[in-house]
Design a protein around this ligand. Structure first.
Ligand SMILES: [Fe+2]
Length: 189
């Protein structure tokens, strides 16, 4: 992963967004991402070169990451080779993402336990949707209100652009193992 500067990106706009209350920030983040993934300058500089690189990798990864100096937002470009997917997880911030190339499948979960037992979480799947560029951005709220898994079940590489807001916890989020009703904190990788 490379930390990079991002030409063709209005970082003032990102800064403004990251200062807004969550709901308003997400209302702004979705169209911003939808516009960004259609911006030829952004695609040429940051997305299309990844298609070549993606042929040589087996798992999904974050190819570019641009973090605000004060940590108030993080813009990340994910590469999804065919057949790859995340664990079920959540985030300690709001998040929004939009596909730039191909499509990803997102599964969304809710907890059916009361959260009182350490490292225990019982999940139920509430929906799954395929997202491509024309579908706009998917958004998640922090913690339990954004438990999801994202992956590429297609036969072609997918690339998505993600924007995360300020963290409200010390860790990056939590990872879930639904097969054994397990949850644990995820520290930054
Ligand atoms: Fe996520």
């Amino acid at each position: 992963m490379t930390t990079t500067t991002l030409p063709a990106l209005d970082t003032n706009e990102l800064e403004k967004l990251s200062n807004l209350p969550t709901e308003l920030a997400l209302q702004g983040a979705a169209p911003l991402l939808a516009q960004l993934v259609r911006d030829p300058a952004f695609l040429d500089a940051h997305v299309l070169p990844l298609l070549e690189e993606a042929r040589r990798v087996e798992d999904w990864y974050v190819a570019h990451r641009y973090d605000a100096q004060d940590g108030s937002y993080s813009l990340q470009i994910f590469v999804w080779p065919p057949g790859t997917r995340t664990q079920i997880h959540d985030h300690t911030s709001w998040g929004a993402y939009c596909c730039a190339v191909g499509s990803v499948l997102e599964e969304r979960y809710e907890r059916s336990d009361d959260g009182s037992q350490f490292n225990h979480a019982r999940l139920k799947k509430v929906w799954q949707l395929s997202w491509s560029r024309d579908d706009g951005a998917s958004t998640v709220l922090p913690y339990d209100e954004g438990i999801h898994r994202v992956g590429n079940l297609g036969s072609k590489t997918a690339i998505s652009v993600h924007l995360y807001g300020p963290r409200i916890g010390d860790v990056d989020g939590r990872d879930y193992d639904a097969s054994r009703n397990y949850v644990c904190d995820r520290t930054e990788t």
